[in-house]
Ligand binder design. Structure first.
Ligand code: ADP
Ligand code: ZN
Ligand code: ZN
Length: 741
């Protein structure tokens, strides 16, 4: 901060800090009083004055001269040790450059909330119980007469040391610890943060690997960089491959990072990993954690205490000093791409991190993204495949059910209802997939044609009958349910279309002898709720599961033998070029829920266009050939992954301003690099959802043959745009954009 001056002034010690503000530059400060150069380590956090606020900034560099004449001192040093090691700082810098993001915002995205708010890391320092030399010399059979003490001794012999929190959680309380200490066998030491204790689960041995799994595992070697795509049908044992690679890394004393989609980090997943590695420290990082717990998990990973780190998107930014392997489950999943703020892709960054760290990364999916598939087919990634389902499970049989000119009941064809009834009567389970929450996606007046629109978005309101309100799924606007038309006062108000609530009512009425379990965001506010909801299904009783894409992933429900997809047509005619890819992934994943146990599975796909060539290809040949066909089309049309693509987005309450801003941006960029066969500009065009939360949204699309050219242009653009003074206009760079919405 301070006044620019032509002269540079020398200071012995200047802090160069990344401050969480939307400016793509660093800020210089003097150290707080009393600190010397020896106290300073890049990666420490400081409180700094910024305008009239105090912010938490991260030390990037210590320098001896600044272009600014007058520097303010930072207010306070938060950490005595560095929170970000060298590698993670280099990685964050790389990501900031690639995504055209302010480094300070990236550091903020990397930190868990409690640390972002400036809480000192020491707050979570931990007491550890360690064995003395005498204790280490004892056999596991010692202390047989004091069962609890023996249990504690055995735990310490296996794991080296244990934190007080974990010991308490395992019922090994202070008295037991004290007994061991008094015998001279153990002592308390203070040490780094340990991950929050996990629910205890019975250890489960690993199954014998099949040949394909063994080949995949052997193709990945620890200790140097490689990127691999593991393309394996649902239920083919990909998770088993992840577990074995983790095991290998742990045996080398390394940390394993497993990234999972938001929906994938369920208690079921955690239990499976905990059951395999009962003596290792597991840190789970997800949004369901309280701030303190999340900070604890993060710090335990960053200090190298946690052996296994499982997390959603932002876990990619956790410093991992002993990193040995990165695994990305369901790598195609959209939740790996952040859609606001710093728009990074954790999947793509995992490959960069693996390269920087010199470790292998494995991207796994039954339905790989076209990006990863292209990398595998072109030889940039190793292509590993699991073609068969593990154990006894067979692939399901798939049938198309035409819905045009059929007497549908709440969207179900008679054939589908018959199959559901038969499945339940046989004592098995059926799953119905409906990609729409609420009771009905629209409310209309039959007399004048009025439609319930969101006042803030270019979208219709969804009727949620349970809560008696209308809700916008884009901005969360709510209003009470309407029984009289606001336009013509008629009472002929009609709910159009079917959502999960409406189907639940209908199915519960039709199959009243069986439980109907609805799974969508409204019934599963917490991850635990989903776990509880699925309890009867896991127990194997006949039941009918009904839900949105929350049901498409992760859950292993061996008694589900029938899957009904109510409407397969969503992705066939969208303006978004990625829509067919997403449709294929979703259908394949949902279909993959059928017949995962010993019983054969059957999938019914309802469609108005059963002859559509894409649908035919997907259902007859499977996702693999379908995806390869889509790749050919992308190549012909010059779209990703054959071209690099970025969107420059702008939104404003006043649509003209957003459009004008992007027009100016286009003119500016075209003057630097005119359109050519290697570089194309499209737009500005309105986003698919043109108005959201009261703001009109536009984008300018830039596609380039060479990523470097696009990068250079975007860097110039952000520099140009930062001088934009219209405070009501928001802009963003969306590198490798996934959504045109
Ligand atoms: P994916 O992750 O590909 O969907 P999973 O790893 O969850 O598949 O495996 C599906 C089921 O098959 C699980 O119940 C798992 O325990 C079991 N399984 C995996 N590998 C084997 C194997 N080699 N032999 C027997 N069962 C296996
Ligand atoms: Zn009306
Ligand atoms: Zn809205």
């Amino acid at each position: 901060m301070g006044v620019e001056s032509g002269q540079k002034r020398e200071h012995p010690v200047i802090l160069r800090l990344a401050v969480p503000v939307p400016l793509r530059r660093l800020f210089d400060y003097l150290p707080p009083a009393g600190l010397t150069a020896d106290d300073l380590h890049p990666g420490q956090r400081f409180w700094v004055p910024f305008g009239n606020r105090s912010l938490v900034a991260v030390l990037v560099d210590v320098v001896s001269e600044s272009p600014l004449a007058e520097l303010k001192p930072a207010l306070e040093q938060i950490d005595s040790l560095s929170v970000f090691d060298d590698r993670s700082r280099g990685f964050l810098q790389w990501a900031a450059d690639y995504y055209q993001a302010p480094l300070g915002e990236l550091y903020a995205a990397a930190l868990p909330v409690a640390l972002r708010k400036g809480k000192p890391a020491d707050h979570w320092a931990e007491q550890w119980l360690e064995l003395t030399t005498e204790g280490k010399g004892l056999p596991e059979t010692a202390l047989a007469r004091a069962k609890k003490q023996q249990e504690l001794l055995q735990l310490l012999l296996r794991s080296g040391r244990q934190s007080r929190t974990v010991l308490n959680a395992r019922g090994l309380n202070t008295t037991v610890c004290k007994a061991l200490i008094e015998r001279g066998l153990a002592r308390w030491e203070s040490g780094p943060t340990a991950p929050p204790p996990m629910e205890e689960v019975a250890p489960r041995p690993a199954p014998e690997l099949n040949d394909e799994q063994r080949e995949a595992i052997d193709a990945v070697s620890l200790g140097n960089f490689s990127a691999s795509l593991l393309e394996g049908t649902t239920g083919s044992g990909k998770t088993e491959v992840y577990l074995r690679l983790m095991e290998r890394a742990l045996a080398e004393g390394q940390q394993a990072l497993l990234l999972v989609p938001e929906i994938g980090l369920t208690p079921q997943t955690l239990r499976r990993i905990a059951a395999r590695f009962p003596d290792h420290r597991i840190a789970a990082l997800h949004s369901g954690l309280a701030d303190g717990e999340r900070a604890r998990a993060w710090l335990s990973a960053a200090s190298g205490v946690a052996d296994i780190v499982i997390g959603t998107r932002s876990a990619i930014f956790t410093p991992l000093p002993r990193l040995g392997v990165i695994l990305v489950d369901e790598e195609h999943d959209g939740s790996f791409k952040q859609q606001d703020g710093v728009r990074y892709s954790a999947r793509d960054l995992s490959v960069v991190l693996a390269r920087n760290a010199g470790v292998p990364v494995l991207l796994g999916s039954a339905t790989p993204s076209l990006e990863s598939l292209h990398n595998a087919l072109s030889g940039r990634y190793q292509h590993l495949r699991l073609r068969h389902r593990a154990g006894n499970a067979r692939p399901p049989q798939i049938s198309l059910v035409p819905t045009l000119h059929q007497p549908l009941q709440e969207g179900f064809a008679p054939q589908s209802l018959r199959h559901i009834g038969d499945t339940l009567a046989r004592g098995e389970q059926a799953l119905v997939f409906i990609n729409r929450r609420g009771y009905a996606p629209a409310l209309t007046c039959d007399d004048c044609g009025w439609l319930a629109d969101c006042p803030h978005c270019s979208s219709k309101l969804t009727l949620h009958r349970r809560q008696r309100h209308l809700r916008c799924h884009h901005c969360d606007y709510r209003q009470p349910e309407v029984h009289r038309c606001p336009q013509c006062h008629s009472r002929n108000i009609n709910a159009l279309g079917t959502g999960t609530e409406r189907s639940e009512d209908f199915l519960a009425h039709t199959f009243s002898d069986f439980p109907v379990i609805r799974v969508d965001r409204d019934t599963t506010a917490s991850k635990q709720a989903l776990d509880r909801l699925l309890e009867p299904a896991r127990n194997g009783e006949p039941c009918l599961l009904l839900g949105t894409q929350m049901l498409a992933k992760g859950h292993h429900l061996p008694k589900v033998t029938l899957v009904v997809i109510q409407d397969a047509d969503g992705g066939l005619f969208s303006a978004d070029f990625r829509a067919p890819e997403r449709m294929g992934q979703l259908l394949e994943q949902v279909a993959g829920r059928a017949g995962r146990g010993d019983l054969p599975g059957h999938v019914l796909v309802q469609s108005r266009y059963p002859e559509h060539p894409l649908l035919q290809l997907l259902l007859n040949k499977g996702y693999g050939p379908f995806a390869r066909q889509l790749l050919e089309e992308r190549e012909l049309t010059g779209l990703p992954p054959y071209r690099a693509m970025a969107l420059v987005r702008a939104e404003c309450e006043e649509p003209r301003w957003a459009e004008e801003f992007l027009n100016n941006a286009r003119n500016y960029l075209q003057a630097l690099a005119p359109p050519s066969p290697q570089l194309q500009y499209l737009g500005p065009v309105p986003a698919l959802l043109e108005r959201k939360s009261g703001r009109f949204r536009f984008y300018l699309q830039i596609t380039a043959e060479k990523r470097g050219l696009l990068q250079g242009l975007l860097a110039r653009f952000t520099h140009w745009a930062e001088s934009n003074k219209n405070r009501r206009l928001r802009w963003a760079v969306d590198m490798d954009a996934q959504e045109l919405s």
